[in-house]
Structure formats: structure tokens, C-alpha cells
Design a protein around this ligand. Structure first.
Ligand code: CMC
Length: 428
């Protein structure tokens, strides 16, 4: 018999069905609660609220499990590529050879931007943050594809999805080059996704950049590990925008905006800034940890803690090893890696962090990889956005395809003034 939850409020008992996911996690379906009782539930930050049913990504934060479409992240990190994983995340199965070939070719074909869109980059200030440029340009892209604003059928969906995944890297590189006053590069046909991005970033008219195999491999891994992460802030934003019926471009552009903040994707940038500050100012790691623990300081240990992972973040584990390997292979001696390791060692043995289940998250080590790849600091969150694009698209699709779906429209508990009269201007 299916489980029933009883909520007693205002002297009455209401019954609601318990729904269960394929991995056994349970939720109380309170869809009719307000209509039945007149009460709403209040859950600031949505820590206890399931906003949807989704078949894309599974996380068990207690056990440090992350799976895309059922496949453990560790296996994908070892055996897959960003492009293959993007297909998996979006379509729900690993591509066969033909599907992968077609998908990769479409991504290569769609890499160049419409020539006119290059003009748009000139409209931004040279100091403009690349996240602002990225989000604006993703939205601007929609004006070049009016036929894809209404997605009706598989082919149209495919066209919009490959354009977004492919062009986001071209736009990202162009945003960086614009901010540096450098000429924009055109994508090359023979290069795979990650290689192409590095060429777009670092080639110059007089010198074609040739990225090393280690660099390509590390970037591929970075992107793959960011491909999706269930109902995080930016993905929830994409779903919320999609719930109004808005198109894929504009929903993903909103995702970029949500990702920008330092508590979300902006943390990778904040981590490196923190490590640089510690290095430059000669603060001891112990002192820094003590400052973090002093609530009055208002300082957080960036790259630590997670709303869902309360044991370890499996992506951080993979990236910790990858960062070390990359720096070794590139013969880079980065003091910041030492500081990061020291910080992690101290924090992981400190009561403050143990009590609160605070562990290194994906952003703690990813910045070290990006900085070894010469990616400038203000591009770090842009890199996260490139990686997250398949997840946003897959989530947009779930919302779009759910014909019984409703617009996302939460309620509130009003705390403002009660009714009072307008006071004439002369009497105020
Ligand atoms: N350093 C110091 N204290 C922390 C930290 C931290 N990084 N994170 C949480 N705490 C404390 C927090 O002050 C609170 O303490 P108390 O119970 O005494 O008030 C307790 O731990 C619980 O924290 P919370 O803020 O209620 O947890 P949350 O689930 O709302 O926030 C978080 C999760 C990721 C926003 C938070 O841990 C944080 O701000 N971390 C630093 C920023 C960061 O690395 N963000 C990247 C997240 S992973 C990538 C992504 O998904 O975007």
C-alpha cells in the first residue's frame, strides 16, 4: 500500500500521498494543500522543497554519489568526453557510434557565429565582465534563430541544442578577446570541442595556438564534471523561466545570470582570489581558518560546503587528483595548490567544519586547473557555464515536454504594512 502523510493544522488532519523516486527518496505531494487548508508551506532557500520530478541527474549528498542518467560520475570522468556526456545528459542514453559522429559534426558545424553577431561584441565596454557578455550574447543569439523560438519536434530541438552547446564556447572565447581588445578568432574544422575552445581563446593572427594533450584532457574533464547537477540555483532558474513557455536561448541566458553569483558558479573565481590573497599577504593557513570560524569576520572558506553534499563532493575528489596531475605534467609549481591542500587538511580536521559537514566542493580545485590552462580569473565562471549548458538544455526540455506542467509561481508570507491610507504630499 502506498504511504500517506498526515498534516495536522488548525485542528484538522489532511492526507497527502508520498511519492517515491527510483532511488528510494521520498517526498510528500502537497499539491492540493493550500486549496484544502488555506495554509502554505514556507521553506526559504527551498532546502526541503522538491520543485519537480526529473530523470536527468541523481545525487545522494550523504554518500557523495553523483550520476548522470544513472551512470556514476567517476566512470564518465574516466571513460567519456564532454561531447558524449552532453548527449547522454540531454537524450538520456549514451550515443551509439552514428549518433556520436552526427552530434560531434553538428557541434563543429555550428561553432562559427553569424558574422553580424561579431559587431555586437563591440558594443560592450572593454572592462565588461565576460559573464555579462555571455548572458547577453546567448539571448542575442535567439534573434538570429527566430525559427527556433518555438521548438516543435525533435529536429528543431536538436538544432537549438547543438547551436547553444557549440556557440557558447565561441561566444565565451570572443567575450574574453573583446575584453582584452584582441581580434576574434574563427573556429577550426578539425579540432574537437575542448581543443577548439583553447584555440579560439589563445590563437593570434600571426600565431596559431596549439594546445597540449594534457590541457585538452583537463579541460574536457572540467567541462564533463560540470555538465549537470540537478536542481541547483541556475538550473532551477532555467526551469522557472522555461515554465513560462520561454525559449531555450533566453532560459539558458537566465541560467548564466544565476550562475554568476559567488555562492554558486562564481565560487571558482572566489576560491582562486582567496588562495592568491593568502599567498600575497603571507597569512598563515591556520590564521585564515580562524578568521573564517569567527562569524563576525563574515568570511567564508570559499569552495567549501554544499547544500546537498554533506559527506564529500565526488567532483572535488576527481578534480583534486586531476589538478595535481596536470600541474605535475606541465611542470608547474603552484604555491596555491599547496595552500589549497593545507587549507583542506586543516578544515577537514577542525570541529567547526566537521560539525557543519563542510567539505571541499567542485570549485575548490577547479580554479587551479583553469589557472594552469592560462584561463584568466574573470573567465572562470564562464567556463562553468560552458560546462553546464547540456544540463540546462536537458532541464529546459523536461519542462518543455511536460504537457501537464504548470508555470512556476511560488507563494509568500507577506510581512509588510497592513492596509493604510495614502497621505497627501503636503501632509507627509
Ligand atoms: N565557510 C564557513 N562556514 C560555512 C561555509 C563556508 N564555506 N559554508 C557554510 N558555512 C556555515 C554557515 O555559516 C552555517 O553556519 P551556522 O550553522 O553556524 O550558521 C552552516 O555552515 C550551514 O551553512 P548554510 O549557509 O546554511 O548552508 P547552505 O546549504 O545554505 O549553503 C553554500 C551552501 C554552498 C552556499 C555554502 O556552503 C557556501 O556559501 N559555501 C561557500 C561558497 C561556495 O563554495 N559555493 C560553491 C558551491 S558548489 C558549486 C555550485 O553548485 O555552485
Amino acid at each position: 500500500m502506498s504511504e500517506i502523510a498526515r498534516i495536522e493544522v488548525g485542528g484538522k488532519v489532511y492526507e497527502y500521498p508520498v511519492v517515491e523516486g527510483t532511488e528510494g527518496e521520498k517526498g510528500i505531494d502537497i499539491l492540493k494543500f493550500r486549496a484544502d487548508s488555506g495554509y502554505i508551506t514556507l521553506d526559504e532557500g527551498f532546502g526541503n522543497t522538491g520543485s519537480c520530478r526529473s530523470a536527468i541527474t541523481f545525487i545522494d549528498g550523504g554518500k557523495g554519489i553523483l550520476r548522470y542518467r544513472g551512470i556514476p560520475i567517476e566512470q564518465l570522468a574516466e571513460k567519456s568526453s564532454f561531447v558524449e556526456t552532453s548527449f547522454l545528459v540531454i537524450y538520456g542514453h549514451l550515443p551509439n557510434k552514428e549518433e556520436l559522429k552526427k552530434f560531434s559534426m553538428s557541434l563543429t558545424q555550428e561553432a562559427p557565429l553569424h558574422e553580424n553577431i561579431h559587431q555586437n561584441f563591440n558594443g560592450f565596454s572593454t572592462n565588461g565582465h565576460p559573464m555579462a557578455i555571455l548572458s547577453s550574447m546567448i539571448n542575442a543569439m535567439s534573434t538570429y534563430h527566430p525559427d527556433l523560438l518555438e521548438v516543435d519536434g525533435d529536429e528543431q530541438f536538436y538544432s537549438a541544442a547543438v547551436r547553444l552547446i557549440s556557440k557558447v564556447r565561441t561566444i565565451a572565447a570572443a567575450a574574453y578577446r573583446t575584453s582584452k581588445g584582441l581580434p576574434l578568432n574563427y573556429p577550426k574544422k578539425g579540432s574537437n570541442y575542448a581543443k577548439n575552445f583553447l584555440e579560439l581563446m589563445f590563437s593570434n593572427p600571426h600565431e596559431q595556438h596549439v594546445p597540449s594533450e594534457e590541457a585538452i584532457k583537463a579541460l574536457n574533464l572540467f567541462l564533463l564534471l560540470h555538465a549537470d547537477h540537478e536542481q541547483n540555483c541556475s538550473t532551477s532558474t532555467v526551469r522557472m523561466v522555461a515554465s513560462s513557455g520561454a525559449n531555450m536561448f533566453t532560459a539558458c541566458s537566465a541560467g548564466v545570470c544565476a550562475l554568476w553569483g559567488p555562492l554558486h558558479g562564481g565560487a571558482n573565481m572566489a576560491v582562486l582570489q582567496m588562495l592568491e590573497d593568502i599567498e600575497k599577504n603571507g597569512v598563515s593557513v591556520n590564521d585564515y581558518v580562524n578568521r573564517v570560524k569567527d562569524k563576525k569576520s563574515g568570511i567564508k572558506l570559499m569552495g567549501f560546503g554544499h547544500r546537498v553534499y554533506k559527506n564529500f563532493d565526488p567532483r572535488a575528489k576527481i578534480l583534486q587528483t586531476a589538478a595535481k596531475n596536470l600541474l605535475d605534467k606541465m611542470h608547474i609549481q603552484d604555491k596555491k595548490l599547496e595552500i589549497a591542500q593545507e587549507l583542506a587538511d586543516i578544515a577537514l580536521h577542525d570541529e567547526y567544519f566537521i560539525e557543519r559537514n563542510l567539505y571541499p566542493n567542485v570549485d575548490f580545485y577547479s580554479g587551479l586547473i583553469l589557472s594552469a590552462l592560462n584561463i584568466p580569473l574573470d573567465m572562470f565562471t564562464v567556463m562553468f557555464a560552458i560546462g553546464r549548458m547540456p544540463g540546462w538544455i536537458a532541464n529546459w526540455k523536461e519542462v518543455h515536454d511536460n504537457k501537464k506542467g504548470k508555470i512556476s509561481r511560488p507563494r509568500q508570507i507577506y510581512t509588510g504594512p497592513t492596509e493604510n491610507d495614502f497621505i497627501a504630499r503636503d501632509n507627509r
